[in-house]
Each structure stands twice: as structure tokens, then as C-alpha cells.
Write a protein that binds this ligand. Structure first.
Ligand code: ZN
Length: 155
């Protein structure tokens, strides 16, 4: 009987130690991002909607994500290290379109499907644009993916 008690105590104790160690393990895994829409190079007309669909996931917990749409006619790129943004001068009555919004509806989840419709104004300046999505997990690990598309009037 005593033996069983000791054995149980050891099992319970080692359970505590194991749990403590687990908590000390740092979460270094970034979230994953798959953009389904728009397709690379897709053309959207001013006055229409940009249809954005993506699946994001994390091995622990997602926290928030940010959708950043901006003009890319200067040919800039987004390296994994840092995104560079440069504003571009424009003429006439069109306006360089940009969109920046942070969402928290994925907080606490491991997987989340994003489905957004972003209005492209009638006076949006035509040209190449980027849609960059930044995803942060509970620990603060960030990942981002950029998709290029074009705003232009159809023929
Ligand atoms: Zn960009």
C-alpha cells in the first residue's frame, strides 16, 4: 500500500515538473499564411471590390492580423526582414489608394479563415498595388505575406 502511495506521488510530482518545463519552452514558431484571393497580378477596376480570402494558422494561438493595401508602382518589395514603404507623387484627380486595418477576430484560435471585401474607390489611382497581411501569434511572433495585384480600368 505504501509503495502505491509513493509511486502515485512520484507520478504526480513528475507531472508538475513536466508542466513547468513546458511553460518555460519559448514559442518561436511563426503563424502560417495562405492567400487564396486575389491571385498574383489580378486586375481590379476602380469602383469594384477587392475580394480577399486567406487561411491563417498557428501552432499555439493566433492573436491579431493586419491587412495593408498600398501602391507598389515604385517597384518596392517586402523582404522577410522589413517592409519598405515609400509614398509616390501623383497628378490629376485620382488618389493613391491605401487600406490599413487590424482585426482581432482570430484571437485565441489555431486556425482562421479570412474573407473580406475591400472597396476600391472610383478615383483610385491605377497601377500596381500590394496587399500585405501581417499575422501575430499570442507570443508575438509575426509573419507576413505580400500579394501583388493591379488596379486598372477594363477595356
Ligand atoms: Zn508593398
Amino acid at each position: 500500500m505504501k509503495k502505491v502511495f509513493y509511486l502515485s506521488a512520484i507520478i504526480i510530482l513528475s507531472g508538475f515538473i513536466f508542466t513547468a518545463c513546458e511553460k518555460e519552452n519559448e514559442d518561436l514558431t511563426k503563424p502560417t499564411i495562405v492567400i487564396n484571393e486575389p491571385h498574383e497580378g489580378e486586375a481590379i477596376e476602380p469602383g469594384e471590390e477587392l475580394h480577399f480570402e486567406a487561411d491563417i494558422a498557428d501552432d499555439t494561438e493566433l492573436s491579431s492580423y493586419k491587412i495593408d493595401v498600398h501602391n507598389a508602382s515604385d517597384g518596392h518589395t517586402h523582404s522577410e526582414a522589413a517592409g519598405i514603404l515609400k509614398s509616390i507623387a501623383h497628378e490629376g484627380d485620382t488618389e493613391e489608394f491605401s487600406y490599413l486595418e487590424t482585426f482581432t477576430d482570430a484571437a485565441g484560435k489555431k486556425n482562421h479563415h479570412i474573407h473580406q471585401h475591400i472597396d476600391i474607390p472610383e478615383n483610385a489611382e491605377e497601377g500596381e498595388y500590394h496587399l500585405t497581411i501581417y499575422v501575430v501569434d499570442k507570443t508575438g511572433n509575426e509573419a507576413h505575406v505580400t500579394r501583388g495585384f493591379v488596379i486598372e480600368h477594363g477595356e
